[in-house]
Design a protein around this ligand. Structure first.
Ligand SMILES: Cc1ncc(COP(=O)(O)O)c(C=O)c1O
Length: 390
């Protein structure tokens, strides 16, 4: 049986989310006026209410998307396009950071390459956090959007998004945040944070893949990515996916309800994992040293003297699923723009916890890594001999 420590990549759906998906999968179109359609509509609107109360915004501000990639694209492109409509001929300026997920960085660069915007990319510090002052210093008179992630997906480094939003509150600059990784273990409140747009993904918190949320505050001008049937106030055309939306709503509601218990539980697991792993020779932590400045779910390390591909193969053989630095790995890839930007060396490994993580996952990971790392350094390529007891 595999020990799964790659929850930052995706985490299993919670039982209640599976049940909601199943319950509303086989229903009518929520936009239909007949009774089955209206029942499906009720499910979608209930999910919207759940999301809104979990995130401290109004249900009208919640747009269901196909995931955070779409939600990030909608905010970045939609806000810039709306500014272009408003001021034709001008090239609005947008500010983002070097450690954003490609779902933000790529549309931002794409807009700049097409001449639709000018772009400033603010570097992160050596611990992967972004200095709010550096972000604010990049804001100009023609800036229309600042996009800073709440927490980084590779390092778990947490940014002070509320401080950035507060400093820009009196300016005509929209603030967007990708809160995909933060929301499982940290409070995310659109109203308290003062952000104008936010992106979430259900499959990172115990919902299914293929659904996410864009929060777009009332009055925020956004040009849609998709044109068609005009659903969701014309911001996101396409038949509403009752099952996916209902499962997303339930997963987020449970996340918030359980967070005060889950976060300390995962902190204990993560502390034990870190203590064991960092006690091995030649293993250093990447990301913030200050525990309050990183997510309890993420442990990112660099390992000296171990080949990335050999590590990936050895971990697979030993039944430990983590994000390693092999060419095809995700989340801790050796070629990662995040690691390049903080100047990390060595072979990267990200171990990430999620809502189902248990003590035995940590025990097993430490057992496997304690055996595999020294063995790879000795250049022994036989399969791992660690026994799995589950
Ligand atoms: C920080 C961050 N943003 C965006 C995404 C994209 O989310 P989705 O898979 O829902 O498109 C991910 C997922 O890898 C992520 O970690």
């Amino acid at each position: 049986m595999t020990t799964y420590l790659d929850h930052a990549a995706t985490t299993p759906p919670r039982p209640a989310a599976r049940a909601a998906l199943q319950r509303w999968l086989d229903v009518a179109n929520p936009s239909s006026t007949h009774l089955p359609g209206q029942a499906a509509r009720v499910a979608v609107e209930q999910a919207r209410d759940q999301v809104a109360s979990a995130l401290g915004c109004s249900p009208h501000e919640v747009v269901f998307t196909a995931g955070a990639t779409e939600a990030d694209n909608l905010a970045v492109k939609g806000i810039v396009w709306a500014a272009n409509q408003h001021r034709p001929g001008g090239r609005p300026h947008l500010v983002t950071t070097a450690v954003e997920h490609p779902a933000v960085l790529d549309p931002a660069r794409w807009l700049a390459e097409r001449g639709e915007a000018t772009l400033s990319i603010v570097p992160a510090g050596a611990d992967g956090r972004v200095d709010p002052e550096a972000v604010l210093a990049a804001v100009r008179a023609d800036t229309v959007l600042v996009s800073v992630m709440a927490a980084n997906n590779e390092l778990g480094a947490v940014n002070d998004v509320p401080a950035i939003a507060a400093a820009l509150a009196e300016r005509e600059v929209a603030v967007h945040t990708d809160a995909v990784q933060a929301v499982l273990t940290r409070e995310v409140d659109v109203g308290d944070w003062g952000v104008d747009a936010l992106a979430l993904s259900a499959h990172k918190l115990g919902g299914p893949a293929g659904v996410g949320v864009a929060v777009l505050r009332r009055g925020l001008p956004v040009v849609p990515l998709l044109h068609g049937g005009g659903q969701d106030r014309g911001v996101r055309s396409g038949t509403l996916a009752a099952g996916l939306d209902a499962a997303c709503g339930v997963a987020l509601e449970q996340t918030v309800a359980e967070r005060s218990v889950l976060t300390p539980r995962l902190r204990d697991l993560s502390d034990r994992l870190a203590a064991g792993l960092l006690a091995l020779d030649g293993v250093q932590r990447n990301g913030p040293a200050d525990p309050t400045a990183r997510l309890v779910t993420h442990l990112h390390v660099s390992i000296d003297g171990v080949d990335a591909d050999a590590l990936a193969v050895a971990l697979d053989r030993a039944g430990l699923a983590a994000s390693s630095g092999s060419a095809c790995g995700s989340g801790a890839a050796a070629s990662s723009h995040v690691l390049a930007s903080i100047g990390a060396r060595g072979t990267p490994l990200r171990l990430s916890l999620g809502w189902p993580s248990m003590d035995q996952d940590v025990d097993r990971a430490l057992q496997v890594l304690g055996e595999v790392i020294p063995r790879l350094r000795r250049g022994v390529v036989r399969p791992a001999t660690v026994r799995v007891e589950h």
